[in-house]
Ligand binder design. Structure first.
Ligand code: M6R
Length: 597
């Protein structure tokens, strides 16, 4: 969940380069941050609590870290120990010569701490991460840095990624990974190469698009060249670099006040790119689906809601029964998996720990796995048998918008391919995408913003849908919750009378998703039940209705309506966050990639 950024190369302003890299990564974790460079008798560090925000490379203590050709940096999302300067990374060994930045959770940290304390080490922080620096310090007595790191790393339980800098080893960096993502960027030229390490690929794009993803149980030593080895055996391994087509500007905010707004506005193009899947790959995945005995969508958070939307799309378009399970719940179903189970794993990052664990479980049972994922090269793409890339480009706001739309579009296309109607599906999706612009005009956005201002003081908000609009309501509620912090719930219209109508009081805001589908009459009747209890009805759909107190029009998207209905919900969430003074890009307590369990 934390962010790692590292530089080694000919430039002497390594601390400044890493500081800028950390700013690009701040969406991954933003409670504290820190940097380290080698000094004459140990590492020099600067650690601070809070967001990096406007801190510049000219800031006194940061500038004092340069000149240096190497620097390691970290933004933290606290797991073990409070948000304090002392708990911020890098963590140092007792002699101050070994510095470690860490992403993940050392599950056996308490055991290792006890051993280190008994051996005379003094631990300065409450974190699980610090033990790594002390373990390496011990091992450096008998081993060179790469081997000391390998041996220390082998003792850690859990899904971890570390970068280690040692004052005694000069510019040498050692990177190791067993779960959390790490990507190495290679820049400069043949005679003066430069190396970057990051937990997240978009942060590297300003410097290079030549990248190497480190696999699990792999390590890299960067000493002016790049060498790879297995963390289990120490044996050298070979790894090829890949060129990624994402442009650096795509990862910048530009003129927009927030990434979330920028990404909402990019959704027409995102949907259009998502449906341009390689035809042969699409056919192959559709064929695998047709022969599968069971098909199950898995995802977490928003991607979990997308999976549920997928079950409706496949039933409606391909006449195919499928199921949807949250990544974190999937292990409970492991005994039902076999070779003819097909798992469709949905993810923006491709690095979500709960999802990757579910995929591992399915692979171990011989099941097939298709990934629908936005980030090329991510762990999920490496585990899956087939990958349909969403191609939404870098998504930096914590709240997923354009990647979500891309995932839904891919599912819509795949459902049509499964029904033997890929070309028809492509045409329908292109038509739906063409209506997205109507939902992002200044007039329309202003209308949603006014509604947000009206609702900004509410404590509770319900989003009610039937049919495919039920999972759309779940996703709408996720968006509202995560950025506005208003308690929001998605409710199936049919369930209201079973329990949820008890929540309705005079004035309770209820968003009614009323598409032009066969659920419309019933959802309007639900709206009437809510209105009879004094609820405030906000209608969303292609047709206005006298029962609506407020109305957000949405073009008719037919069977692909989620691609349109969700957009005003995302915009509403965004403006609610702004109206309540929240930062929609970095909502409290959340991080973009949930790489810990
Ligand atoms: O990267 P993933 O799509 O696998 O992430 C899954 C969830 O963590 C993610 O969808 C989360 O719920 C978002 N913040 C929602 O906007």
């Amino acid at each position: 969940m934390c962010g790692i950024f590292v530089y080694q190369g000919p430039r002497s302003d390594a601390a400044g380069i890493v500081l800028e890299g950390l700013k690009r990564l701040e969406y991954r974790g933003y409670d504290s941050w820190g940097l380290a460079v080698p000094g004459s008798d140990g590492l020099k560090t600067e650690r601070r609590v809070g967001k990096i925000g406007a801190v510049s490379a000219n800031d006194g203590p940061i500038a004092a870290l340069n000149p240096s050709n190497v620097a390691i940096g970290h933004t933290r999302w606290a797991t073990h120990g409070g948000v304090t300067e002392g708990n911020a990374h890098p963590h140092l060994s007792c002699d101050g010569k070994v510095g470690v930045i860490h992403n993940g959770i050392v599950e056996n940290a308490e055991e290792l701490k006890a051993e280190l304390l008994a051996g005379g080490h003094v631990l300065a922080s409450e974190t699980d991460s610090e033990v790594i620096a002390h373990l390496i310090e011990n091992l450096l007595r008998d081993h060179p840095l790469p081997e000391a790191v390998r041996l220390a790393f082998s003792r850690l339980r859990g899904r971890n990624a570390i970068v280690v800098l040692s004052a005694s080893a000069g510019k040498v960096l050692v990177v190791a990974k067993s779960g959390s993502p790490v990507v190495i960027g290679i820049g400069g030229n043949e005679s003066a190469p430069e190396y970057f390490v990051s937990s997240d690929m978009p942060a590297l794009l300003a410097h290079t698009n030549r990248l190497v993803w480190l696999g699990d149980h792999e390590m890299a030593t960067i000493d002016g060249s790049l060498k790879f080895a297995s963390t289990s055996t120490g044996e050298p391994i070979s790894r090829q670099s890949e060129i990624v087509a994402w442009e650096p500007e795509q990862a910048e905010r530009g003129e927009h006040p927030h990434f979330m707004l920028k990404e909402i506005l990019e959704q027409r193009d995102a949907v259009q790119r998502a449906i341009n899947q390689p035809p042969a790959l699409l056919d192959e995945v559709a064929a695998v689906m047709r022969v599968a005995q069971e098909v199950c969508f898995i995802g977490c958070g928003t991607a979990g809601a997308v999976g549920r939307i997928g079950t409706y799309l496949f039933a409606d378009i391909a006449g195919r029964a499928t199921s949807a399970i949250l990544g974190s719940e999937f292990k409970n179903y492991r005994h039902s998996l076999h070779e003819r189970t097909l798992l469709i794993a949905i993810s923006q990052s491709g690095e979500t720990a709960d999802l990757l664990e579910a995929v591992d479980i399915a692979l171990a049972r011989g099941s097939r796995v298709v990934a629908i994922v936005n980030v090329p090269g991510s762990m999920l793409t490496r585990k899956a048998h087939y990958t349909l890339l969403v191609q939404a480009g870098p998504e930096k706001a914590v709240a997923s918008t354009k990647a979500t739309m891309g995932q839904i579009a891919v599912l819509g296309l795949l459902a049509h391919a499964c029904a033997g109607q890929a070309a028809h599906g492509h045409a329908l999706l292109t038509n739906v995408a063409s209506h997205i612009d109507a939902l992002t005009t200044p007039d329309y956005m202003g209308r949603v913003a006014r509604l947000a201002n009206r609702l900004a003081g509410e404590d509770d908000l319900y989003v009610i849908g039937r049919g495919i609009n039920y999972p759309v309501a779940l996703e709408a509620a996720i968006k509202v919750q995560e950025v506005s912090y208003i308690h929001a719930e998605g409710i199936a219209g049919g369930e209201l009378k079973h329990y949820a109508i008890a929540l309705i009081q005079p004035g309770t805001p209820c968003i009614i998703l009323a598409s032009n589908d066969d659920a419309r009459a019933e959802i309007l009747s639900n709206a009437a039940q809510v209105k009879a209890r004094g609820g405030m009805i906000i209608g969303v759909g292609p047709e206005d209705n006298p029962i609506f107190d407020e109305y957000l029009p949405v073009p008719d998207g037919g069977g692909l309506s989620p691609l349109l209905t969700l957009i005003p919900m995302q915009i509403l969430a965004y403006y609610l966050a702004c109206a309540r003074g929240n930062d929609p890009d970095m909502p409290r307590n959340l991080a973009k990639s949930v790489t810990v369990k």
